[in-house]
Each structure stands twice: as structure tokens, then as C-alpha cells.
Write a protein that binds this ligand. Structure first.
Ligand SMILES: [Zn+2]
Ligand SMILES: [Zn+2]
Length: 673
């Protein structure tokens, strides 16, 4: 019986491929990029065929037969396999661990029931939105230039769409998409957004704009059945627009012609566990590999992107004005909390501004990036504070639920009736979270309709969307929320934004903290005044409560001056030899005892000397203990990316050879150090 050898990648940390026999006549071999069911370590698993051969070094009698090949599914393309291979090599992981988790779970099951059902459904015809096409709104000249530059770009063209909040970036994307769809008969477009909560609004816009065009969405809140259907629609080329969060960067898109990364600076594009990839960086690589344009949009681009735009590697398109006629950027005012002492967390000036909006029937948004009631409770008599017993952190008071909760290990306790140390019954909340601000507002403005949106208030599926919908319908006077409310939403009646406690980030050890704070403040400030000012309506404004009104970061926020802020920050980074002028990788180790983790990292440091590579000393992580595990890290740096990549490959082999029992992982281009 004739057979061939299938070299198959499996989702295992062991190797990049395993050989299996597959009986078949010559000329009928399966294709590279097809999926196969095999037996591996007494388990049946689905793997990816990465090579088809006629010889192997493994003795033939040691080879197992593959159990089945998923012939009904078109093979993944060579370009997709190259993307997976690049990600595996760049982030130093086995290919199978990158390629297979990127596929829908239902494709990786033993049976093909779900696959067959989805294929049948798609064969009947793609579900498309029908209805009259709505017209393209007129663009201002800067928008038109940007849309034409994107729509008309040929070959690999990275473009930074740098536009102030409310400048109509979405409209630019949509009109550029229209140009690409009209020109490329089967062309596909991938649009990435940082958050699931932003997909419904954009999804609605896309459907209304492109009736008859199939749109697939890919994000983590889809059911497995939906994900399978949408993934397949993209893979078979039926979906011409794919909208998704970071995981969509690994979608199979055989006719991809344009990539859009909205809010490209957003840290959500970085996966923080497992394969720690940056979807934005992979998107740029994918565009280069395919020779297609990519748009990175932001009001506050990441310093990496800003650097590329200024060194000429990326083309910069600017939108300096708000798109809606007569809508202007909100005036930003700093409220000095030393002079105007806040009551219930709110200064007199902010209170007056809130009252004015209530009287005029306009909406206000208060932003506080801290959920819960209070970050800690304490005993004034003996100084006890509510620390987590398992983490280097505090137990947060959640008053409505009558609980103390650790946000890191999810430990939950009832609120103690008395101090566990001295018995004092008068335990006090310290500091302020969104729940406490909500409670204070209800007392200050009993007649107002107040809504809190944070991770706690939106636990149930669909509740976040319902909450945002009620804001859009005008059923809310004052919205209080965390970063969930800061991003992308277009609230038409919102004329006031109050920012409650941004100061802590000013003094963070993390060198990226100020870049992030600035982006966050500009973004939340940008929620105000997006519509034209109505007759007799308030001018839109942003009030920032701070104890450091003289800080240069706030001066830049007041002036909406990202250019100068980013340029100064880049210069600091250059002088301090930090990214983007330096390339980094971080080795992390976890153990029951800190000394074990540190000892492993010392061993790692000692087996890694290399020219052009700096290996720093191991240090405990800022948050050393999480869920009773002690954590330490070791930073590796180089001014040359190829040198760092070459070093990491060798170094990882030596680290594996150490056979340490300490759990460790490597992250390339870490965001949190
Ligand atoms: Zn006490
Ligand atoms: Zn904890």
C-alpha cells in the first residue's frame, strides 16, 4: 500500500512537528495547511499538516498512522502558515502552540459535526444584511485626503491616521474600505478594535454602509458555534469584512487587501498570557508579507508608531479638526484639589458644572479608573489594613455585595465586623472607587439618573451593551465609569467630563505610565462635545481634579498637545536607552519561595553572556506574590533586534537544558516591566 509521511504540528510545548503515516495513492496526498486527526500520547488530537514527505528518519515501524484528514476544509494558505511561523519564531514558541489555539475550538474536536453543519449553512448562502444602502456622508477635505490615501495605496504601505478625538476616523476607514471593496473583486478587509464593547457600534455602521457585503466578527464573547461560522466565512473568502479584537489577527483571510488597526496605541492589543503577542505588531508584519496597506489609527499613537511616522517608515495622515461642523475640542481645565477640597470626592467647581448639565438636560461622565467601593479598609486604632493573604495587594471593599475582594486572585471574604487584630468595631474605608462615587452622587443629586459602568456592574452577558444603549437613548444624566467608558463611544448628548483621580500614575515606576495616562485622559476627554453645540447648550468641557496642577503632562492635556508631549517623551526614551530605541525581552520565574525563582534567574543570567546583549540582574516583580506564588523577573536588552532574536533562540535552548522545576516564561517586547 502506498503512503506518504505527514509532518504535523501539534499544540504541545515539546516540538514543532511530528511524523505520521497516511495511506494514499501517489498524487492524492493531503495538502500542507490541512488539518488531521492523530493519536498523540494516547489522546486523539487535531494537528496541522506542515509538510508532506515521502521519507523520514523515524523507522517506519515506529510510525503511527494518522486517523483522518479533514478533507472538507480548504487548506490554510501558505501566507497564513508563514504568519504563524513568524509569530512562533518571533515570540519564541513552538509553531503548534501558535497555530492551533488560533483556530476555532470546534475545528479541533474529534468529530466533524460542527464543521459540517457550519459548511452546510454557509453553502446555502452567506448571511448578509439587506436593506437600502445608506449614502456616504460628505467628508471634510482632510478626511477625504486620508480616505483617498488609504484607498489608493498600492503595495505594503503603513499609514498612521493621526486624528484628534471626534475627527471622524471611523468615517475615513469606511470610505477607504468602500474604495478597496469596489476595486478588488474578492478583496477582504480586516478591522481590529481594542475592545469587544466597541464592536456593536462599528458593526452597525458597517452593516448599514455595506448592505449585501458579508461581515464576520471575531471576538471572545461569541459562542463556539458562532465563532466557527464566522471563522469559516473568513477562511472561505465569503466574508469580505472581518471585524474583531486582537485574536482576529490570526484569522485565515485568503484575499486580504487592507488592514485597519483602530486605537493602535491601546494596551489591549497585547495578549498578556500564553503566547504574549502584540496584535498590532503582527498586523504590520502581515501587511508587509502580503504587500498591502495597513492603517494604524489613533489620537495618541504609541511612541513606537510615532517614532516610525517621524523617521519616515510610516506615512502620517492628519485630522486636526473635529468632523462634525461646529463641534470643537472640549476646553480642559485643571481643578486644584489643594484649594478646592473635594467633598465625597468631588470639588465644588465640578459639582457646579454637574448641576448646570442637569438643569440643561445634558449628560455628564465621571471617570475614575478604580472599581469597587474603596481600595482598602483599615482600623484607625491599631493600623490594621485589609491585605490579601495570598497576594502583595489589598482586599478591595465591595459594599453592595458586602464583600472584600482581591482583584488579583479573586479571594472573597465577608466584611469583618471588627478589627481582626484589636477588636475595634469601627473599620473605615480608605480611598474611593466607582461604587463610592456613585453613592456620593446619589446623595448630592437625588433627582439625577445615575449609572455606573465598570467590570462589576457588567458581569452578565449583554449587560454592558444594555448599559451603553441606555446612555445613547438619553436615559442617563450622570455616567460614572472606569476605562470601560473611555474608549471610542460616541455619546451625543455628553458635554461634561470629570476626571477624578488621575495623579497616581504620575509617579509610577513603569516608564510607560505617563504615555498611557496621557492617552487615557485624551481619550476620556474626547467623549465630550462630539456633536454640534445646540442653541443655548453648554460648551463642552473637561475638568481634571488634581493635586499636581503644575505637572507638564497636565499642561499638554490642557493644550491638547500630543505632538509636543510625544516628542519630548521620545527624547527622554532615547536618552535613557528605552524602547523604541532599545529592544527588550523579559524572563519571568514563579515559585513557592522567592529565593527559588531568583536562583533560577541567576542561573539563566550566568548561562547567557553574549556580545551586544545586556542581561540585567534578577529582581522580584513589583507585585511579588499573587495567589501564594512568588514572582521574579530578568530583563534582557539589546540595541539590535536581530541580535536579540538570535540570542534568545540560543538562550532558550540553554534554559530548557537546565530542566529547572521553577515555572518560567519568556516575553518578547514586554509592555509591563
Ligand atoms: Zn485594629
Ligand atoms: Zn489576592
Amino acid at each position: 500500500m502506498a503512503f506518504c509521511i505527514l509532518h504535523i504540528a501539534l499544540d504541545t510545548p515539546l516540538n514543532s512537528g511530528f511524523d505520521y503515516r497516511w495511506p494514499c495513492a501517489p498524487g492524492e496526498e493531503p495538502a500542507v495547511g490541512q488539518l488531521a486527526l492523530v493519536n498523540f500520547g494516547n489522546r486523539e488530537v487535531v494537528g496541522l499538516i506542515i509538510a508532506v514527505r515521502h521519507a523520514t528518519e523515524v523507522p517506519l515501524d515506529k510510525l503511527k498512522d494518522a486517523l483522518a484528514v479533514r478533507g472538507q476544509l480548504a487548506p490554510l494558505t501558505a501566507a497564513w502558515l508563514a504568519l504563524a511561523a513568524f509569530a512562533a519564531d518571533y515570540y519564541q514558541r513552538p509553531l503548534g502552540e501558535v497555530a492551533l489555539p488560533g483556530l476555532p475550538k470546534n475545528l479541533r474536536t474529534l468529530t466533524t459535526v460542527a464543521l459540517d453543519r457550519a459548511l452546510k449553512k454557509l453553502a446555502k448562502g452567506a448571511p448578509v444584511h439587506d436593506g437600502a444602502p445608506c449614502g456616504m456622508p460628505a467628508l471634510n477635505s482632510a478626511q477625504q485626503d486620508a480616505a483617498d490615501a488609504i484607498g489608493g495605496a498600492v503595495g505594503f504601505t503603513p499609514l498612521l491616521l493621526y486624528g484628534v478625538t471626534g475627527s471622524g476616523k471611523t468615517e475615513v476607514y469606511l470610505q477607504a474600505c468602500a474604495q478597496v471593496l469596489a476595486r478588488e473583486a474578492d478583496g477582504q478587509i480586516l478591522i481590529l478594535v481594542p475592545e469587544i464593547n466597541l464592536t456593536p457600534q462599528l458593526e452597525g455602521n458597517i452593516r448599514a454602509r455595506f448592505p449585501g457585503v458579508m461581515l464576520a466578527t471575531l471576538h471572545s464573547s461569541l459562542s463556539e458555534g458562532e465563532r466557527m461560522l464566522h471563522w469559516l466565512a473568513a477562511h472561505q473568502g465569503q466574508a469580505r469584512i472581518v471585524l474583531g479584537t486582537r485574536l482576529a489577527i490570526l484569522a485565515s483571510l485568503p484575499h486580504l487587501k487592507l488592514i485597519v488597526v483602530d486605537e493602535e496605541h491601546d494596551p489591549s492589543y497585547k495578549q498578556q498570557e500564553g503566547l504574549r503577542y502584540s496584535a498590532r505588531d503582527l498586523a504590520v508584519w502581515r501587511a508587509r508579507q502580503l504587500g498591502i496597506p495597513i492603517v494604524l489609527g489613533s489620537a495618541t499613537p504609541s511612541l513606537e508608531t510615532w517614532h516610525h511616522a517621524h523617521s519616515g517608515r510610516y506615512r502620517k495622515l492628519e485630522l486636526r479638526e473635529r468632523a462634525v461642523k461646529d463641534a470643537v475640542l472640549p476646553r480642559v481645565t485643571l481643578l486644584d484639589m489643594e484649594r478646592d477640597k473635594p467633598v465625597d470626592g468631588i470639588t465644588k467647581q465640578l459639582m457646579a458644572a454637574l448641576r448646570q448639565r442637569l438643569e440643561r438636560g445634558e449628560q455628564s461622565l465621571l471617570f475614575l479608573n478604580r472599581r469597587g467601593y474603596a481600595p482598602v479598609i483599615s482600623c484607625e486604632a491599631c493600623g490594621w489594613i485589609s491585605e490579601c493573604t495570598r497576594c502583595t495587594s489589598f482586599m478591595v471593599l465591595h459594599k453592595p455585595e458586602h464583600r472584600l475582594r482581591c482583584h488579583h486572585c479573586s479571594l472573597e471574604l465577608r466584611i469583618p465586623r471588627h478589627c481582626p487584630t484589636c477588636g475595634n468595631v469601627d473599620l473605615q474605608p480608605l480611598g474611593r472607587g466607582t461604587q463610592r462615587v456613585e453613592e456620593g452622587l446619589q446623595q448630592l443629586f437625588p433627582e439625577a439618573r445615575i449609572l455606573r459602568i465598570d467590570a462589576d456592574s457588567t458581569r452578565r452577558k449583554g449587560s454592558a451593551q444594555a448599559a451603553f444603549d441606555s446612555v445613547h437613548r438619553g436615559e442617563v444624566d450622570i455616567l460614572i465609569g472606569t476605562q470601560m467608558v473611555a474608549k471610542g463611544h460616541d455619546f451625543k448628548k455628553l458635554t461634561l467630563v470629570g476626571i477624578l483621580n488621575p495623579d497616581t500614575a504620575l509617579f509610577s515606576q513603569d516608564y510607560r505610565a505617563s504615555e498611557r495616562l496621557f492617552a487615557q485622559l485624551m481619550q476620556v476627554a474626547g467623549r465630550a462635545g462630539r456633536a454640534a453645540r445646540s442653541e443655548g447648550g453648554s460648551a463642552s468641557e473637561v475638568l481634571v481634579q488634581t493635586r499636581y496642577a503644575a505637572h507638564p503632562l497636565y499642561a499638554a492635556v490642557v493644550n491638547h498637545d500630543y505632538d509636543r508631549f510625544a516628542t519630548a517623551l521620545l527624547e527622554e526614551r532615547r536618552q535613557a536607552a528605552l524602547p523604541p530605541y532599545m529592544y527588550q525581552a523579559l524572563l519571568r520565574a514563579e515559585a513557592r519561595e522567592l529565593a527559588l525563582a531568583i536562583a533560577f534567574l541567576e542561573q539563566a543570567r550566568d548561562c547567557g553572556a553574549h556580545e551586544g546583549i545586556t542581561i540585567n540582574d534578577p529582581i522580584p516583580m513589583t507585585m511579588t506574590r499573587v495567589f501564594n506564588v512568588e514572582r521574579a523577573q530578568l530583563l534582557v536588552e539589546s540595541a539590535s533586534r536581530p541580535a536579540l532574536q538570535g540570542f534568545l533562540r540560543q538562550w532558550l535552548a540553554s534554559l530548557r537544558a537546565l530542566k529547572s522545576r521553577v515555572k518560567w516564561s519568556l516575553e518578547v517586547d514586554p509592555l509591563d516591566i
